[in-house]
Ligand binder design. Structure first.
Ligand SMILES: Nc1ncnc2c1ncn2[C@@H]1O[C@H](COP(=O)(O)OP(=O)(O)OP(=O)(O)O)[C@@H](O)[C@H]1O
Ligand SMILES: [Mg+2]
Length: 182
């Protein structure tokens, strides 16, 4: 895939499919250590040890609509191509943590891409899911939690056109501020 944001969206959708109501996405760009780390934590149904082992195998899926699942194997391959790796920690009934590491400056590392688009796709999907997002670039950080945003909004849904516009601007500005300083 050309953009990391698409791998991230795929992993976020796995969390939703696993019944998660809450997801934490942490992106840490450590330019000094030349490392990009992406961590996804969810409170979905989790996987047993056997399923974890199989999850990075493209011929394993619990989908019933088709027989290959490509999300995690492609994400893992992208990381391995860049001196990194993808690891899964999971516990049945508790949740899952996906950790992906890349060499930041690696020539084959895909750009982050439209992370704002991926987050909005998750937040505006029919499944009600809360997201805690943290993006750090060296010493700068952009962070938000939809639990807090929803409290501020009372009963207005995130999908309300005015809220949606505001959210898009808010995330775009937050990401931009990291680029300016990073
Ligand atoms: N966060 C998660 N929680 C629980 N199970 C997961 C999670 N992520 C992946 N899995 C399990 O690993 C399998 C493989 O995931 P993967 O994303 O590679 O393929 P898929 O989601 O089945 O299909 P695709 O991503 O190609 O649409 C899933 O079918 C699911 O059983
Ligand atoms: Mg998937």
């Amino acid at each position: 895939m050309r953009e990391l944001s698409l791998h991230i969206l795929d992993a976020l959708q796995n969390s939703v499919e696993a019944g998660a109501s809450r997801v934490k996405l942490t992106i840490v760009e450590d330019l000094t250590a030349d490392r990009l780390t992406i961590i996804l934590d969810d409170n979905g149904r989790g996987m047993d040890a056997e399923t974890v082992k199989k999850a990075v195998d493209p011929f394993f899926t619990t989908r019933t609509t088709r027989r290959v699942g490509l999300g995690l194997p492609l994400f893992a391959a992208a990381a391995q191509q860049c001196n990194g790796d993808l690891t899964i920690e999971s516990e049945l009934g508790k949740g899952t943590r996906i950790r992906v590491i890349f060499q930041h400056s690696h020539i084959d590392r895909a750009p982050m891409g439209d992370i704002c688009g991926s987050l909005l796709t998750l937040l505006l999907s029919k499944e009600p899911v809360d997201l805690h997002y943290v993006h750090r670039v060296n010493g700068s950080q952009f962070e938000f939690d939809t639990v807090e945003i929803r409290t501020e909004l009372d009963d207005v849904p995130l999908s309300h056109p005015a809220v949606c516009d505001w959210l898009r601007d808010f995330i775009a500005q937050g990401e931009l501020s990291l680029r300016d300083r990073g």
